[in-house]
Design a protein around this ligand. Structure first.
Ligand code: PFF
Length: 467
């Protein structure tokens, strides 16, 4: 019991690999299995994938190392760690705002994440029950539409997923987080490889899928797509909102940050690419369009499973995989804030988790309604539904901004000797990392941000004005 109530500063993961598993669990989620394939599809494939990989290398890796190092040095919840680290380096206490912004972003992401994960729970059960067998794509599409059109059903699945998340978090670092990722992550690898094998054998269109993902067509690329690729690099690695910082706080002093971060990034990227390679050949096998948007998994892929031999079982396995991946990520969205609440107030982990999850659940009803009652134009925010707006705001704005501030803090503000000791790299490697945090990552974020959100819309506006 003491384990559950102790302040984060008193705890560490029981094994050095647990950090890798937990951080990979956070990174690998709906972002890899649902969002990456569909935004790759919308943005035309290969060119988008290449920019995404460049963003992972230039921005993702250095910032993930920075977040982990800040977390381990601070040893508290991100909000308190950031304030403490700033004080220790003689910087403004306003840096604590980075932790607050992370908590705010996590709240927003979880609110829609849980709704989408709820779809996956519904689909797991329906797949195994054989509901989709023999359905035409139009019927599968109709089924998805009717799920989205029913706020009560959506709310039920959203509630089930929030409760699952809350139960894991309330059980604490060891009994909840560690034990669950230890089972979920290996299961996830096995299930995904099974689905990939199935796609290679059954689709007959494997090379078409490979071509779609890796053929580079520069004309497919717009600044919007580049922003989406960068935003996704942050989203998929869980960066920019202090989640990795919260997990870093439980990391033993002896573990090597560069090696562990390297493993997490490789695992996350590998899973996203394998998911794409498993999904696109099945899409092409059914003569369907890869640019189907958020419905790619729930309509296009589901139609493929509905009409291929063994689709009932493999489809069920696939959606179970999506639920597990989503759960190991959602718990990481809750942990930083719950860690702060139990540090700050004399409340139990279970109480903090319940109140937090209830608030997120309530806000998530906005996403539920985005697909039905609030789908009309009158309920739109900047031309987007509530769900699209929250997704855009978090992935494309607050995560990159949070990441930028973390890079600047680690590269410029924090005392060099502290971060040097924490990272424990050779001098050359340290200088390279520092240059990435000080210059390269901030420039990438600012340039992409400028062109996609200021320059491109401005040119469009001027173009329209000139007509
Ligand atoms: N990385 C998760 C995914 O790819 O699904 C989403 C996520 C989890 C984003 C945790 C941010 C975060 F802090």
């Amino acid at each position: 019991m003491a384990d559950q109530e102790a302040a984060p500063s008193a705890q560490t993961w029981t094994h050095r690999w647990t950090f890798v598993l937990a951080a990979a669990g956070s990174a690998i989620g709906l972002g890899n299995l649902w969002k990456f394939p569909y935004i790759t599809g919308i943005n035309g494939g290969g060119a988008f994938v290449l920019v995404y990989l460049v963003c992972i290398a230039l921005v993702g890796i250095p910032i993930m190392m920075a977040e982990t190092a800040l977390g381990r040095h601070g040893r508290h919840s991100p909000i308190n760690s950031m304030r403490e680290l700033a004080r220790e380096s003689g910087a403004s206490r306003w840096w604590g705002m980075v932790g607050w912004m992370g908590a705010f972003t996590g709240f927003l992401i979880l609110s829609f994440y849980s709704v989408v994960a709820g779809w996956a729970i519904a689909y797991t059960l329906e797949m195994f029950a054989g509901v989709f067998q023999g359905m035409t794509p139009a019927e599968v599409g109709g089924n998805f539409e009717s799920l989205l059109g029913d706020p009560v059903k959506l709310t039920i699945w959203h509630t089930v997923f929030m409760v699952m998340t809350g139960v894991v978090i309330a059980r604490g670092i060891h009994k909840g987080l560690e034990s669950s990722v230890r089972i979920m992550m290996p299961a996830l690898f096995v299930l995904l490889l099974a689905v990939l094998g199935y796609s290679v054998v059954e689709s007959g269109h494997f090379m078409e899928g490979v071509n779609f993902m890796f053929a580079f067509n520069p004309e497919d690329l717009s600044w919007d797509a580049v922003l989406a690729a960068m935003g996704h690099a942050f989203f998929t690695l869980s960066l920019g909102m202090c989640t990795i910082m919260a997990y870093g706080a439980y990391m033993p002093k002896k573990a090597s940050i560069s090696r562990t971060v390297g493993s997490v990034v490789v695992l996350d990227t590998f899973i996203a690419l394998v998911a794409g390679l498993a999904i696109f050949p099945l899409v092409f096998a059914n003569n369907m369009e890869p640019g189907g948007g958020p419905g790619l998994l729930f309509v296009t892929l589901t139609s493929a499973f509905a009409n291929l031999p063994g689709g009932q079982i493999f489809g069920g396995i696939f959606f179970l995989l999506v639920v597990l991946a989503a759960l190991s990520s959602s718990i990481s969205l809750v942990e930083p804030t719950v860690a702060w609440v139990i540090e700050r107030f004399p409340v139990s982990r279970a109480a903090a988790t319940s109140v937090y999850c209830a608030l997120v659940w309530l806000f998530g009803l906005g996403t539920v309604l985005s697909f039905n009652e609030w789908s009309g134009e009158s309920a739109q925010i900047f031309g987007m539904t509530f769900f699209e707006f929250i997704d855009y705001l978090t992935a494309n704005i607050t995560l990159p901004l949070g990441g930028l501030l973390i890079a600047v803090f680690a590269g410029w503000t924090m005392k060099r000797s502290y971060i040097y000791k924490e990272l424990n790299l050779s001098l050359g490697a340290f200088n390279l990392w520092r240059a990435m945090c000080r210059v390269i990552a901030p420039i990438c974020v600012v340039v992409i941000f400028y062109f996609s959100t200021i320059e491109e819309p401005l040119m469009e506006l001027l173009g329209m004005a000139g007509q």
